[in-house]
Design a protein around this ligand. Structure first.
Ligand code: ADP
Ligand code: GN1
Ligand code: MG
Length: 370
């Protein structure tokens, strides 16, 4: 059995980086993939960097389908950006294939690895330090949505089935509570009750979709602030990253997940819940910026459901953290005991806050209906 270092070396050897590799270090704060920054040293210029990722096998069962989606989407975005006179290499990701010509490399233990150029002169934030910065991320995610407006959605594979199917997430939580393989359910009584009291909410967006009120679009589905790179000087949104979950979805998923992560002033795993509060001003700023980015493409119904996007993405994410805690932290990377339970608690605190300010949230989005 090879060690993790040996598998990393196998992956490094399988790509042509165009110059000698001088180092590969763990990078970023993603919860899913194993990400490394690779430093190379060309003879004639300064260090050139790449992102090397081992795709999570817990999250992605079919790396071939995943990479087909990503290659399709990045090439399409590249063409759209070129057409509008943008800088293709900075504004869209590009997949670098291994020497074999395949879309990704498979190591001797079955791990699937891919490479992207590092998008230089950008910053990736873990929290919205200013409202302007949060607005920039909103414009970028809105624009991403607009650019993919005509993408042939039927060609996309569902990389994680039922990803934002909140009813299914609830069912999985119930299964985990019943099985309780590690005896952890006794520590989570209030959190489990919190979800069960909101069982009907889990169907709100899905019901609207089934009724034809909300259309399916191509969505990103994981629109955390740390999945967009901003220009290091101007702080404008440059490149949307982490395209693993680009799939057909509802626009409220993309809006809502950004609010969940960014419209507050603390980390997703903050343990002092008194610090975890929804910032309504940031909600308003993001709404304006996201809708500016989408360029008037959303219907009145889609706009009306945006507060539900915020609440459902936050509730659903809390459900997912809680489920993962109960089954033994198999999905999200953790770095301490009860990490997923701590994360679940911040999400539920934010849900309570959204409920307490519901009419304000509805008032904010209403201004944008035509
Ligand atoms: P995960 O799915 O685990 O969140 P990501 O694809 O989001 O993985 O990558 C993790 C982190 O690596 C990002 O939050 C960002 O900081 C950094 N990153 C990823 N791709 C690039 C890139 N092409 N250029 C610069 N930084 C990147
Ligand atoms: C994961 O991959 P990352 O860290 O950007 C997760 C999201 C969750 C988020 C919670 C593929 O996002 O769905 O909302 O953690 N991504 C996947 O922080 O499951
Ligand atoms: Mg990420």
């Amino acid at each position: 059995m090879s060690t993790a270092e040996e598998r990393l070396q196998e992956a490094l050897d399988s790509f042509d980086f165009g110059a000698p590799v001088v180092g590969a270090l763990r990078y970023g704060e993603g919860h899913i993939n194993d990400t490394f920054v690779v430093h190379t040293q060309p003879e004639d210029c300064c260090c050139r960097r790449f992102i090397l990722q081992r795709m999570s096998s817990a999250a992605f069962k079919h790396p071939d389908e995943l990479m087909e989606n990503i290659i399709g989407v990045t090439e399409y975005l590249g063409r759209q950006i070129e057409k509008s006179g943008g800088d293709r290499d900075r504004e869209a990701m590009r997949v670098i294939r291994p020497r074999s010509g395949e879309p990704y490399f498979t190591d001797s233990a079955g791990g699937a690895w891919r490479v992207y150029p590092f998008v230089e002169r950008t910053v990736c934030y873990q929290a919205a330090e200013t409202a302007e910065l949060f607005a920039a991320s909103g414009r970028a995610f809105g624009r991403f949505q607009r650019l993919l407006g005509d993408y042939p959605a039927q060609t996309l594979h569902e990389t994680i089935p039922n990803f934002h199917n909140t009813e299914d997430r609830l069912a999985k939580l119930k299964e985990a509570v019943k099985a309780d393989p590690l005896g952890r359910a006794k520590d989570c009584g209030p959190e489990i009750r919190f979800v069960l009291e909101r069982e009907a909410d889990c169907s709100v967006a899905l019901d609207a979709m089934r009724a034809g009120t909300l259309p399916l679009r191509v969505t990103h589905n994981d629109t955390k602030l740390n999945n967009v790179l901003l220009d290091e000087k101007t702080n404008e949104g440059i490149c949307i990253i982490d395209l693993d979950t680009v799939m057909p979805g509802l626009v409220l998923y993309d809006f809502g997940d950004s609010i969940r992560f960014g419209a507050n002033h603390c980390a997703e795993d903050e343990t002092d819940l008194s610090k975890v509060n929804l910032d309504i001003e940031l909600f308003a700023v993001y709404t304006a910026a996201f809708l500016e980015g989408t360029g008037g493409t959303l219907s009145n119904a889609e706009i009306a459901y945006l507060p539900w996007g915020a609440k459902l993405m936050t509730l659903e994410c809390g459900i997912r953290f809680l489920t993962d805690y109960l089954v033994g932290d198999q999905y999200f990377h953790i770095s301490r005991e009860r990490h997923n339970l701590d994360r679940c608690r911040t999400q539920f605190k934010l849900v309570s806050d959204m409920e307490a300010h519901w009419s304000e949230l509805e008032g904010i989005v209403k201004q944008y209906q035509k």
